[in-house]
Each structure stands twice: as structure tokens, then as C-alpha cells.
Design a protein around this ligand. Sequence first.
Ligand SMILES: [Zn+2]
Length: 531
Amino acid sequence: MTAKPTTAAGEEFACTAVDAGMLLVEPATQRNRGQGPFNRLILRGATVIDGTGAPPWGPADIVVEAGRITSIKSVGTPGMPIVAAHRPGPGDHEIDCHGKFVTPGFVDCHAHIGTSLHSLSGAMAPADYVYKLWLAHGVTTVREMGCFNGLGWTLDQKAKSETHTIAAPRILAYPYFPAVNDMLKVIHTPDEAQTWLRTVKDRGADGVKFFGGPPRLMQAALAHCATLGLRSGCHHAQQAVARMNTLKTATWGLTSQEHYYGLPEALFEERTLQDYQPDYNYNDEYLRFSVAGQGFRQAARPGSQKWKDVLGQFLDLDFTFVPTFSIYDANRDLMRARRADWHDEYTWAGLWKYFQPSRGGHGAYWHRWSVTDEVQWKEQYRLWMHFLNDYKNLGGRVCTGSDSGFIFQIYGFGFVRELELLQEAGFTPLEVLSAATSKGAELLGLHDEVGSIDVGKCADLLVHDQNPLSDFKLLYGTGAMRLDDASHQVEMRRAIRYTVKAGIVYEVAELLEDVRNMVAFSKEAERREAA
Ligand SMILES: [Zn+2]
């Protein structure tokens, strides 16, 4: 546990949680995994999938010096011996990548390093658990959407990640803009908004997470974000969408929409507001999430003039969508999400408890979940995916975010599920990979640093034993099920062998082992507590 956060701008959410008796996530303080940095790291003989959308090519030798890619050399032709003369000279550390695939590290554009809400369900997972699950699933960059442990806490972890003091992805800090009636409101005027934004910018924030708010505040705040160079993402809370749908906030300068809220509202043509059932109450999480699955059905049909017009307007604004499909996946098939392969060994005990149905907990609305809810949500996904696939086809930017830590989704695994769901939406595997790498880097303003395999960029690289484009399920820490034809045995095959972040080489098997041990410890502690 950390000390109580200060009352500075960006700490409001954490302060409120601590005042309510909740705890903050235990930050990481040291690094016990990962080799490097090396003066000269060489990946030899790789098939390169560079993240720009270009198809695989190789074999190539990739040279990394002081954490950056300094050379990428073609060293031959598939099926022929390597051309030794083309090879760069030796490094102080080399990875044999013959027969292997190298992609950029992944960008999770909607991530939380835990949340104080989890402390309501027992001992909380430390940040180390979250980071290792991310790194084990190839996530080398995360946009922390809300900084729920406080901006100061998040900036400390960001700095420690940058210096490799801890084993963690690079972190971008987007503190929570506190101007929401039903959640947390300390900003009431555009002047207060400007002061707050300037303060968080000066403290080191990379952007801002919005949940809505009064339109005049939002408009002023987004204009001021542009002045300060702060990027923004908004979860248009259901309580806010009547006054501003996503098209409106996009016009005011919002950088990205998170989830889907506010998008059906932009597509309404036979109504202006979603038609709610009479007993609706937003604070009833069952009603909140079941009725949320009816939005797209009330909106313009795919291919209609309205549909096309809205797509065109978002495109003109160069707007970005971060759908976080995976976080609502349980809504259309609860049993699937609840029985996922990884829960037994990789889901922290307190987190598992947090996911169970309860009246109070966020996203724990299963006490009434029904076939009807699942069918409605399947239809909701069909329409939502159709819109985003159309947007991608027109040249629009759609990025990968997981929002894990809620609704039966855990870190890393939820991110890989997001890749599966983009493919289900109609993205080809190469398009999915681009969304997860170069598109994410663009959204975060890091496109000169990460997101593709290019000379001059940071060495955020994944070494895969198998081609991830052939099946994203191979990226799961638990692997994908295959039959070994020689032994006739079923085996779980896993693709990522090494996650390289800024030149530090993490062995994924070790990270996964650490997580399994942490989870076993959490269960043991819970058993002792109960005894
Ligand atoms: Zn979130």
C-alpha cells in the first residue's frame, strides 16, 4: 500500500477511493526478470512482420544498440543458406530467430494498472502481477486510462519503467477529469477546468481520460487540451450521451472514443435519445449493462445514408476508435468468459472474487443475466463491429484496448482476446496486427518511437516461435490447443518466446511462471484467511 495521495490535480479519484476505505494497488519497486540492456543485441535470421501492414519478409538480422534498432539487414532467401557476407558483426547478446517471427511489441490503448475497487473483494493483486501478464502477452506500451491509483503513483511507475528499474511496459498517464455528476465532481467551471489541465500537464500527464460532463465544460476542456498538447480519450458515460454524442466531442477535438457509448447516439435518426424501459436506473448495474446492449438496434441501419454520413464525418476529423470489444465479451456468452482456460492458474484470487455477481461491484451484474441479454448483446456486437470494420475500410483508425480487470477479463489475456474480436469484426490478421502496433502508436503520439520495426525506433520487439498471423490464439499464455501428429498427444502451443522492451529481453516462460506463483500465493492466503 502506498501513502495517501496528495490533493493535487490528478489525485482526485485515488483520494476519493482512500477516503472511502479502499486501498491503492501496491506499486512495483524492483525488477527480477529481463536481461539487458545490451550494448549490441542481435536477432538473427528472423521473419519480420513489421507492423506497418507490410506482409512478412525474411530472413533478416536486426541489430539493437542501446535499446534502439540500428540496422535491419536482409540475409538471404527462404529455403537457401544464409548469405554470411550480409550478416552484421557479432553482438554482446544474440537471439537465434531462424524459423521464428519478429513483430513489434503491442500497444494496449485502454489499460488500468488495477483499481482500488478490487480491494473490496480481498487482498489486491500487486502491480507486478499486472505488468508481468502484459509483458507475457507482448504488451510493451499501455495507456493508463484514468490513473485510478493517482497521477503521482502512475508517473512514478512510468519513470521506473523508463529506467528499467521495474519489469513493466512503457506507461502513458491519462488522469481522470473530475467533472462527472454521478461519479466525482470537483471541477464546475471552464476556468477550473483550465487550471486543472495546466496542472496535470505540468505534473507530467500525457493526456486526459474523460467520462463526460457538462457540455460547456467538455468543450472548453477539449479546446484547452489542444492548446496544451494533451491528448484525450472519453468513455461517454450513459448519463452524458444525451447532451453530447461522440460526433459532438470529436468535433470539439476529442482524440479517441473508448468503448462504444455515444456512438449509437451519433447514429440515431428516428429518435434523439435511447428509448429506456420505465424501471431503468443507471446505478443498477444489471439494468445499466443489459439496456446498454440495445443502443445500436435503435440507430441507423448499416449502409443507410445516415450510417455513411456519420462514417464520413468521423473520417474527416481523423478520429480514433478504441472499442475494447473484449471487456463486454461476457455479455454475449457469460459461460465462455467465466470458464476461460486461464482463470485457474492466472487469475488472482481477489480478482476472481471481484468478478462474481454482487449488487454493489462494478461490472458484477450477473445475478439476472439471461439468454435474452446475451442475444441482444450478440446483435449489438454485430452492428458495432460492422460500423468499425466499415470505418477501417474507409481508412479510419481503430486501435486495440483491453480495459481488463473487470467482467471476467484479466490482463494480457484480455488483450489477445481483443485481437480475436477485431478479426471477427472483419479485420484481416495483418490489419489486426497493424491496429495492435502502428495504429496504437499513432493514437498515442509515439509513432516515431514505437509501433513498427524501423531503424531508429525503440527496440520493442516480440520473438514468436510460430507465426502469430496464423492464429492469434497462439499468443495466449495458456497457448492454443494442437494435436501433435507424431505423438498423437494434445498440446498447448504458445507463440511468444521473448518480449523485448527497449532492448531488455524478457523470457515469457519466466514471466508466466512468476504470475502462476503469485496466483497460487493469493489462493493460499485466501484459504488461510478463511480457516
Ligand atoms: Zn477503462
